[in-house]
Design a protein around this ligand. Sequence first.
Ligand code: THU
Length: 300
Amino acid sequence: MKLEMRVCTDGIPDELPVKLQLAADAAERAEALGESLFASVIITDDETIRKINSSERKIDKATDVLSFPTVNYRQGHTARDSAKRLRAEYDADAGACVLGDIVISSERAREQALEYGHSFEREMCYLLVHGLFHLMGYDHMQPAEKARMREMEEKALSDAGMTRDYSSDDERLLSAAREVVRNAYAPYSGYSVGAALMTSTGHIFTGCNIENASFGLTICAERCAAFAAIAAGEREFTRIAIVSSGDSPWPCGACRQVLNEFSSGLIVTVAGADGVVLTEKLTQLLPHGFGKASLMGDKD
Ligand code: THU
């Protein structure tokens, strides 16, 4: 699939275009077409998508994804059985049949990723794939067509290596945190902490608290994990699980601030020695947090 991507928002991870391309290729494969296809993708904010929604569809509301197909499919038909109609949209410059345009709000994608408990990238890929299937003639008005569209989306995302059992991400992180807490070096406080951090690329980094006879030099488990992730080239955190040998280990103020630097919608899960697991968004733990946006004069 040839994609022409225009990114009009900040904070998009460098590796996102590659992931989107993989997802688009998988969507094309899922439809099993003979033609080569082209789609234009604009990644923008809530305000711009609201304006487009208002001018093109007379709906004055922001939304997550909009798609504007070029091909007019026959009722119940999709791209795979509309070769003639597709070929009519062949564009010599693009060297492919033009499927249409997709607009995605990355702002909305961030909110939804948080809501569904998966990464921003996964949500962006899902929205792109959803839009592409619309451009290939799929819809979700009726239950049967909705089921067919969902099935195709799942097929494409799993083919692109993007299906993970998100309900178990917390379990994976908690288990990694329980493993690393055993390495905690806490001879002075006797309070051992382990943290496991998931990044937007799906990788997990761990850390434990490391104390020092010069007490102030102690590093917390969360920052230990965060710095390992940053040193490995990561820049966006999605979830963190923290376990301790004592009470629920809510991250200290310094760690909240450091985590805030690299996350837009971090989900924090804590488990104390009693095994009680609690989850909260970092934005709840650090309301009105000071961050990059504050320095750019973009305060709320
Ligand atoms: N600690 C952490 O590892 N994370 C926190 O967010 C709070 C405190 C560690 C640091 C120190 O080794 C011990 O807990 C007691 O303060």
